[in-house]
Ligand binder design. Structure first.
Ligand code: PMP
Length: 409
């Protein structure tokens, strides 16, 4: 049985106090906490087999290499990728998008071609495309969102056209919480012969995600949002496409042969992993995948649907509080973004912090969509495997106190 109270025992940080109060960590969409099993995997790397990978003939180097490749196989299986060669270790989602923008888009886009994203994108799936579009004379187009903050399928045929070469959209929005209809979007992309990329930063950690089912060409996600350390993430790419792409970064390890005036490239995925990779954090990501698999991703998703439903219902009691995004918990990820009348979210966030509650306040790197809704900042509580209904109760109770305090100053 899925038991968040038992799960909490694996996370040392959850037993600490903040401002004299037990920590209630509700900022998981920004980054997740780490279980002992992941921390231990990292410690073991440094204590037992630290060496540079893919280079040495000595035992430590071979062990380190094998552990890193084992982690790659685990990550590939986690996203149902047919071939581990399609998993490139990167620093995070942002780097994954930049890799595709620089290594694919710059060589494959021309004047008048179209890149399509949506209006609810995180800056990391928007800003890299702005640059490549302006460099290549391509057009950056936006899929609109419905009033519920979900990408509108009704617009697919109009926005995605035969001039579209690449469609890149977020699966679960880190602002509206909507789980977007990515399969339909991918189908339309394929119909016009465009490549299809998914920003899985908020979906891969929280629900089963299969690249085969999505039928996507690229999927980007970050380890730090799924129990692993920061500085490690993955870009999945369809191997046939990766084969044809030029490298992103150049230097050691990504080459086969080098002359003074030119070089040839290593096989995929090494072609895209220039220099010494972050192998220790890759191994820790493998341990995070093991941990999530042991919980079961269906159970993780179910837990968050239940917690989200519980939170939405409790938030309804708060008169001034407006929740952004779909009303149906089944259409949402495990995060709740809200406004509270004219009380600034930073003030609310500071009040909550005094009570030991960590939420995110600000624009969550989704500035254009905030602007579109006439908002500067919002508050966001985001859940993960260790959060409980009791914590939601405490959040709501403390929000009530905060609202009373700020309304009577
Ligand atoms: N996309 C989405 C939907 C996100 O929530 C985030 C992180 N907030 C990112 C991309 C960027 O992730 P990272 O900062 O790990 O590159």
């Amino acid at each position: 049985m899925f038991d968040p109270k038992a799960i909490r025992k694996d996370f040392p940080i959850l037993s600490r106090k903040v401002n004299g109060k037990p920590l209630v960590y509700l900022d998981n969409a920004a980054t997740s906490q780490k279980p002992r099993q992941v921390i231990q995997a990292l410690v073991e790397c440094y204590e037992m087999y630290n060496a540079n990978v893919h280079r040495g003939v000595h035992t430590l180097s071979m062990e380190a290499t094998e552990r890193m490749e084992e982690a790659r196989r685990k990550v590939a299986a986690f996203i149902d990728a047919p071939d581990p060669a399609g998993v490139i270790f990167v620093r995070n989602t942002t780097e994954a998008v930049n890799l595709v923008a620089n290594a694919w888009a710059t060589d494959n886009l021309g004047q008048g071609d179209e890149i399509v994203v949506s209006e609810v994108e995180h800056h990391s799936n928007l800003v890299p495309w702005q640059k490549v579009a302006s460099q290549k004379g391509a057009k950056l187009k936006l899929l609109p969102a419905t009033d519920a903050g979900m990408i509108d399928v009704a617009a697919l045929d109009v926005v995605i056209t035969p001039r579209t070469r690449l469609v890149s959209v977020v699966q679960t929005s880190n602002m509206t919480s909507a789980i977007n209809p990515v399969k339909e979007i991918g189908r339309r992309a394929r119909q016009v012969g465009a490549l299809f990329m998914v920003d899985g930063a908020q979906s891969v950690p929280h629900m089963p995600v299969s690249v085969r089912e999505l039928d996507c060409d690229f999927l980007a996600f970050s380890g730090h949002k799924m129990l692993a350390p920061p500085g490690i993430g993955a870009l999945y790419g369809r191997p046939a496409i990766l084969e044809k792409m030029e490298p992103f970064l150049r230097g050691g390890e990504m080459v086969r042969e080098v002359w003074y005036d030119h070089a040839t490239w290593n096989d995929v995925p090494n072609k895209f992993e220039a220099g010494t990779p972050n192998f220790t954090d890759a191994v820790a990501l493998g341990a995070a995948v093991d941990y999530l698999n042991a919980l079961g991703m269906d159970a993780v998703r179910q837990h968050e649907v239940e917690l989200g439903a519980y939170a939405l219902k409790a938030f309804q009691e708060l008169e001034e509080v407006d929740v952004i995004g779909p009303k149906d918990p089944n259409q949402r990820g495990g995060l709740v973004t809200f406004t509270a009348g004219d009380i600034h979210p930073h003030d609310l966030g500071t009040f909550l912090d005094h009570e030991g509650i960590a939420i995110r306040t600000g624009h969550h790197c989704v500035m254009p969509y905030h602007r579109k809704l006439g908002l500067v900042a919002t508050g966001r509580a985001s859940f993960y495997v260790y959060n409980t209904n009791d914590e939601v109760d405490f959040l709501v109770e403390t929000l009530k106190k905060a609202l009373a305090y700020f309304n009577h100053r």
